[in-house]
Design a protein around this ligand. Structure first.
Ligand SMILES: Cc1cc2nc3c(=O)[nH]c(=O)nc-3n(C[C@H](O)[C@H](O)[C@H](O)COP(=O)(O)OP(=O)(O)OC[C@H]3O[C@@H](n4cnc5c(N)ncnc54)[C@H](O)[C@@H]3O)c2cc1C
Length: 587
């Protein structure tokens, strides 16, 4: 096969997961090519410019960064990679303006810090402290047992889990709501603790407690963070590190197919810039697209075919985002919260069902004002805000032209109205630039099915715990691996950076084993050839031996024959002499 170039590994897609995997491989000296269809790195983690503003389309806040003196998983991972970055700590966890599930109005602001959070819950729901502490204690234990973010450090041995983290085992199979029940959490208390459900896109009736608890506890104890400027700073820093380590990047290049040798092992990637030879590839692409369009159908493993069927209807987190650049500072506008969850009800199941019943009912949005955390996020005297909500694919499917624009604008108007109604702040007179992204914007840009930023719903049989524990069973085609939001740790910047690292390490381990196997096969092949050659030499010798043996036998026979003949002659002579002698005596 003619390749334009050869590498040890190819990483397809420079999203958070792909970049992390690429840096990790290159750190181990694996010669890696990173192929990205867009002109810049990052996928959803990117930025774009309108007028005098730079806008971040996806980052609200990051989990698991932590302060320098108590670093979280993301900070540790980046330090390990040799990537330095300036971070801003978001001052509070969140504000929720909604309705408690019992129908009463709700407006609470939750601080960071375990005790501060418990105090704020008690102030909002007097008498709830005992239950609240019980719930917090469980979250603490889960977080410690899991080594921070979901499965960061892997699980401790079972004996240690039993002894030190028995509640992890007790809560492992339950949903958030079931653990609320077990802790006798008052309904309003649950409403407060549930607010981050939207960051995972699954209501607390289906969401795994372990998954949610490990995220919420990290936000509470380590605080949310944003990188200086936009998420583009983060991905550019990773990309530069990758290059500094000797990695190669091809932008504006789409990977079209994965190539396999006669034994079914990956041997290259077909891209719009030509075929590239490699020993293995990591795709930062949804597995359904990988196995559905980029792998020869006859090689697609049964497991992937079954998963494709099971995942139907489980695509999660199709986003709509409206970004407003305002010509007043956050302070002038009275904006003092980085993150506000706006919803009709804090009952997560009811809210999820309302969103999924159609865009006309959608009253759920995350509001973000970046300048509250980083006053220099936009030019002096201005600020940048965004509203984000979820969508059903049906809401956008058949729209085109003016109807599509009208739907985008109608939702933006609705959220500005909702914000005015809930906070009394009217942003409309100050809008200098506005940009709106629908799920199709995200689908076109990042290439994810239905414009999903979250992959598959991490619920029931497909929760993060099951996925992470089954990681070793994934990747059935030798040399082909997938990472990203549809992967083992689900949605989020931190999850995907960790996934990139974990899968790169798993790939290196497996490829080493595969390399050893190849070496063994080669050695076995060489041995068989040697034996054949030796056998054929032996054949020649045997032939010669046979010929010699024939000659010897012949000469032996001849010799024996000669001897027998002369013996016979001698005997005859002797007999004749004896007869003649006897006759002479008789005479
Ligand atoms: C509006 C919004 C708000 C969000 N807020 C947050 C938040 O506050 N905190 C948080 O942690 N997460 C947030 N997220 C989620 C987060 O952005 C994603 O989970 C994460 O960025 C996904 O990363 P990924 O590694 O899966 O890669 P993606 O971002 O999906 O990148 C995949 C990359 O692969 C490239 N690619 C795809 N196919 C090919 C191909 N065939 N050839 C070459 N290149 C290809 C794409 O161009 C893209 O660059 C948000 C997402 C959205 C949309």
């Amino acid at each position: 096969m003619g390749y334009v170039r050869n590498f040890d590994a190819v990483v397809v897609g420079a999203g958070n997961a792909g970049l992390s995997a690429a840096v990790r491989l290159q750190l181990s000296g694996i010669r890696t090519l990173l192929v990205e269809k867009n002109a810049v790195p990052g996928g959803y983690a990117t930025s774009f410019v309108r007028g005098r503003f730079e806008i971040d389309p996806s980052m609200h806040e990051l989990c698991d960064v932590g302060p320098e003196e108590d670093p979280g998983g993301v900070r540790k991972l980046l330090t390990g990679y040799g990537v330095g970055l300036k971070w801003h700590r978001v001052p509070t966890c969140y504000r929720i303006i909604s309705t408690y599930s019992d129908g009463a109005p709700m407006d609470v602001t939750m601080p960071t810090g375990e005790q501060e959070f418990l105090d704020a819950v008690e102030a909002a729901v007097p008498g709830s402290r005992e239950a609240s502490e019980r719930f917090m204690g469980l979250m603490r234990q889960v977080s410690e047992a899991l080594g921070g973010s979901p499965m960061n450090g892997g699980l401790a041995p079972l004996a240690e889990l039993r002894e030190r983290y028995s509640d992890l085992l007790h809560t492992g199979g339950y949903t958030v709501d079931e653990v609320f029940d077990a802790c006798d959490m008052p309904p309003r208390c649950r409403d407060i603790y549930s607010a981050y459900w939207g960051y995972l896109g699954v209501d607390t009736g289906r969401l795994s407690f372990l998954h949610y608890a490990s995220m919420l506890y990290l936000y509470i104890t380590k605080g949310p963070y944003i990188p200086d400027h936009t998420s583009h700073t983060l991905v550019t820093a990773m990309e530069q590190r990758f290059r500094a380590l000797g990695g190669t990047v091809l932008y504006g290049t789409r990977a079209e197919r994965f190539l396999f040798d006669a034994d079914g092992g990956l041997c290259g990637v077909r891209t719009t810039a030509g075929d590239v030879g490699c020993h293995f590839a990591i795709a930062n692409i949804n597995p359904e697209m990988v196995y559905g369009t980029m792998v020869p159908p006859e090689l697609v493993p049964e497991r992937e075919k079954k998963l494709a069927t099971l995942h139907q209807g489980r695509i999660c987190g199709r986003m709509y985002g409206a970004y407003f650049c305002l010509n007043r500072s956050a302070q002038e506008l009275g904006l003092s919260d980085h993150c506000v969850f706006l919803s009709g009800t804090a009952d997560t199941r009811a809210e999820y069902e309302r969103i999924m019943s159609g865009w006309e009912q959608d009253d759920y949005a995350f509001f973000i004002c970046y300048n509250v955390t980083d006053p220099a996020f936009s030019p002096e005297g201005t600020c940048v805000c965004s509203f984000t909500t979820f969508c059903r694919p049906e809401d956008w499917e058949d729209l085109a032209g003016a109807a599509y624009e009208a739907r985008k604008n109608a939702l933006a108007e609705r959220f500005l109205g909702l914000f005015l109604e809930k906070t009394g702040i009217d942003l409309r007179p100050y809008v200098e630039e506005v940009v709106i992204a629908s799920p199709w914007t995200f689908a076109r840009y990042a290439g994810a099915p239905e414009g999903s930023a979250y992959g598959y719903a991490t619920a029931d049989w497909d929760g993060v715990v099951a996925r992470t524990m089954g990681l070793e069973q994934e990747f059935r085609l030798p040399g082909l691996y997938t990472v990203g939001a549809a992967g083992p740790r689900g949605v989020g910047y931190n999850s995907n950076m960790t996934t990139g690292q974990t899968v790169a390490e798993l790939a290196m381990r497996r490829e080493q084993a595969r390399g050893l196997l190849t070496d063994l096969k080669q050695a076995a092949g060489d041995l068989v050839t040697d034996i054949r050659e030796t056998a054929s030499d032996a054949g020649v010798t045997l032939k010669a031996l046979r010929a010699d043996a024939g000659d010897v036998a012949k000469s032996v026979t001849e010799a024996i024959g000669g001897a027998v003949e002369s013996l016979a002659e001698n005997l005859t002579e002797a007999v004749e002499t004896v007869i003649q002698g006897e006759a002479h005596q008789d005479a």
